[in-house]
Ligand binder design. Structure first.
Ligand code: CTP
Length: 347
């Protein structure tokens, strides 16, 4: 009888601060190099010692990494560098076959390579870093938009823009929405969308749940609400509003991440089955006809526990950088949309 092959277990570590789709793409590539992906989230203390304080604390970074659909296990207090002891622990306790990192150099304060030992042991593999996004770039975009609001000095603005866009700046025209300057070097390709997609539609009798929003700067609050929404049915469809809608509702300085970037972050979340890239503000009958139709129409307002959850999110400040309008629709045989106006549970 054929012996069952041992799964290949790979390890990737990182800070995953202000988690973005570049991180998700790294995790996707790492997972593809093996059968099971174990992720080490570097502790706050280790990040402080090696590159300065993180923006998001470890418990939020843990929520974000755990939510990514390519992640199998998470270690919460990983060291910044692969030490002799930690490498032994990875091999002996976690049965890791390969240690993986992006192709950018990861240098310690003393100038040495954080992965030198793994490379020496012949257990190191590399993935391609995603162009066009980084935590520094996102902070830059945020600074630019606050600056835009407070100062209308075009000279200062363009010098800031240069600083955070690595030499060449770009103005995003988004259909005359009056939206300000946004710096993004991300090129949305159909291949990337496919790589992030599940490629599976809802089953015959699936109960489809619909939730829409901006999902700008995808964070732990978004993950929690998507988890709750997914638990209400069998298939979670997420509508992502286009940049014009977000700008018109939240001000010209928003969104920070453009429609395609926001779509990738949502798609990488394990609770999401499908996204509508550029969902309308009004959830209409017509929209149901075009995509997810069901014969029986039944709509519900957000259940009380979700409203309670929203209030908690506001109190906790988790939703400070987002808004989310919940529009849950149930149907035993497909998605149905209520006609006309939406429940205004705006955060
Ligand atoms: N990574 C990537 N593409 C990016 C950003 C990060 O592939 N645009 C990869 C890194 O190479 C690393 C993993 O994601 O393997 C975790 O990255 P992290 O430790 O958070 O560090 P940074 O490289 O500093 O990410 P950022 O600059 O965005 O903070």
């Amino acid at each position: 009888r054929k012996k069952k092959k041992k799964p290949i277990r790979v390890y990737m570590d990182g800070c995953f601060d202000m988690m973005h789709y570049g991180h998700c793409n790294a995790l996707r590539q790492a997972r593809a190099l093996g059968d099971q992906l174990v992720v080490g989230v570097v502790s706050d203390d280790e990040i402080i010692a090696n590159k300065g304080p993180p923006v998001t604390p470890v418990h939020e970074r843990m929520i974000m990494v755990n939510a990514v659909k390519w992640v199998d296990e998470v270690i919460s207090d990983a060291p910044y560098a692969i030490t002799e002891d930690f490498m032994k622990k990875l091999f002996d306790e976690y049965n890791i076959d390969y240690i993986i990192h992006g192709d950018d150099p990861c240098v310690l304060p003393d100038g040495t390579d954080a992965y030198a030992l793994a490379k020496k042991a012949g257990r190191y593999k590399q993935i391609k870093r995603t162009e066009g996004v980084s935590s520094t770039d996102i902070v830059g975009r945020m600074l630019l938009c606050t600056r835009e609001r407070s100062i209308s000095d075009s000279h200062n603005q363009s010098s800031l823009q240069r600083q955070f866009s690595h030499g060449h700046s770009q103005k995003f025209e988004d259909g005359g929405s009056g939206s300000g300057t946004r710096v993004s070097h991300f090129l949305p390709t159909s291949r990337r969308i496919v790589q992030f997609s599940n490629g599976k539609g809802p089953g015959q009798d699936a109960r489809i749940i619909y939730i829409d929003g901006a999902f700008d700067l995808f964070h732990a609050g978004h993950v929690e609400i998507l988890k709750l929404a997914r638990a209400l049915g069998d298939f979670l469809l997420v509508g992502i509003h286009n940049d014009q809608i977000v700008s018109s509702k939240r001000g010209a300085h928003r969104p920070i991440m453009n429609l395609h970037e926001r779509s990738l972050s949502v798609l990488a979340c394990q609770y999401v089955d499908e996204v509508i890239i550029g969902a309308p503000w009004e959830v209409s009958k017509d929209m149901g006809k075009r995509g997810y139709t069901g014969d029986e129409r039944r709509s519900l307002s957000p259940p009380p526990f979700l409203l309670f959850f929203f209030s908690m999110m506001i109190l906790n400040g988790l939703s400070s950088s987002c808004y989310l309008v919940l529009n849950l629709v149930y149907s035993p045989s497909g998605l149905c949309f209520p006609e006309g106006s939406r429940p205004q549970t705006a955060l």
